[in-house]
Design a protein around this ligand. Structure first.
Ligand code: PEP
Ligand code: MG
Length: 322
């Protein structure tokens, strides 16, 4: 099977009836990126930059971050690099980051963009490094844990400050494409107000499920009964897709759902332009897409959106082993 899968690596991700999907990879560090050619990824759909803090004693400065992003761009040779700004807080704790306060509910606390908007030095360092790296390749920048347009008002004012600084300092930079991770129900509801500022959205189903179902994503007592592949989350995904499509904005999905080769074709059938999955899962996902027909995936997606129970979704998946 492994050899059979290897042949998918270098062929385009196109269904039997001629529909193509962009398949990207989720990565956390340069080692992951260096191994990407083996997976056949067409680029990076999620670079979790908080991983650079894993063993760091202090926050990497602008120069260090700039070289990291430039190195990543070199490794992927002209393909797209989607950088996510630091997603710290909740279960993502790092010794070099000082939390504002110890929080009673960290998953509902100062996390992701909420943290960086409160720590402008951290935000500016990363924004400046990304803007500078964007002069050297195809860079997209996305922001985690966004809920409402006020956050983007504040964020884009900070982006403008960084832009003005770089102009004044005569440092070369370019504009990345901007996007958000849709991972809270509020982001889904408020999406149309936020879209005019965005070129793409990427649905983070790990957190979207956690915040929709009020079920801690790391609590093993809950994972079986509150899976991300459930009717409530699927409806929110469909709503996001429809809203983004109506505004002409690219929709991607970077949560674990995309890494399941039984679910990826269904997601394609729902209308995603691209999916971003774990590199190890990509050959199998590509095989599932290339061996099937888009018309079948659309039918499967329509059936999935009719399901009212998790058990119905499960039988739908087991009935169509691809
Ligand atoms: C998600 O929430 O689905 C996601 C892709 O991000 P993370 O798992 O890093 O929170
Ligand atoms: Mg997330």
């Amino acid at each position: 099977r492994r050899d059979a899968l290897a042949r998918y690596r270098d062929i385009p991700c196109v269904t039997q009836d001629g529909h193509s999907l962009t398949l990207l990879a989720n990565v956390g560090n340069l080692n992951d990126i260096a191994r990407l050619p083996q997976s056949g990824a067409e680029g990076i759909g999620l670079f979790r930059t908080e991983f650079m803090l894993m063993d760091a004693v202090s926050m990497p400065d602008e120069k260090e971050q700039f070289s990291l992003y430039c190195e990543a761009l070199q490794l992927i040779k002209g393909k797209c690099l989607t950088i996510r700004t630091l997603d710290v807080g909740a279960d993502k704790e790092f010794s070099c980051i000082n939390q504002l306060l110890a929080e009673d509910n960290p998953a509902l606390g100062v996390r992701g963009l909420r943290y960086t908007l409160r720590h402008k030095d951290v935000l500016h360092t990363q924004l400046r490094a990304v803007l500078r790296a964007a002069a050297f390749g195809q860079v997209r920048l996305m922001f985690p844990m966004v809920c409402q347009p006020e956050e983007l008002d504040e964020l884009f004012a900070e982006i403008e400050i960084c832009r003005q600084q770089l102009l004044l300092e005569q440092k070369p930079f370019a504009e990345p494409e901007y996007g958000i991770v849709v991972e809270t129900p509020a982001a889904v509801v408020n999406l149309s107000t936020m879209l005019p500022r965005l070129s793409f959205v990427s649905i983070g189903t790990n957190d979207l499920a956690q915040y929709t179902l009020a079920a801690d994503r790391g609590n093993p007592q809950l994972t079986a009964s509150y899976p991300a592949f459930c009717p409530a989350v699927l409806q929110l995904i469909a709503q996001t897709l429809n809203t983004a499509k109506a505004a002409g904005v690219t929709s991607s999905l970077c949560g674990e759902l995309a890494s399941d080769p039984r679910i990826a074709p269904l997601l394609m059938g729902m209308g995603f332009d691209e999916l971003s999955a774990n590199a190890a899962a990509l050959p199998e996902i590509k095989a599932a897409i290339c061996e099937g027909k888009f018309s079948e995936f659309v039918e499967l997606a329509q059936k999935a959106l009719q399901c009212q129970r998790i058990s119905e979704l499960e039988s739908l998946l087991s009935g169509c082993q691809i």
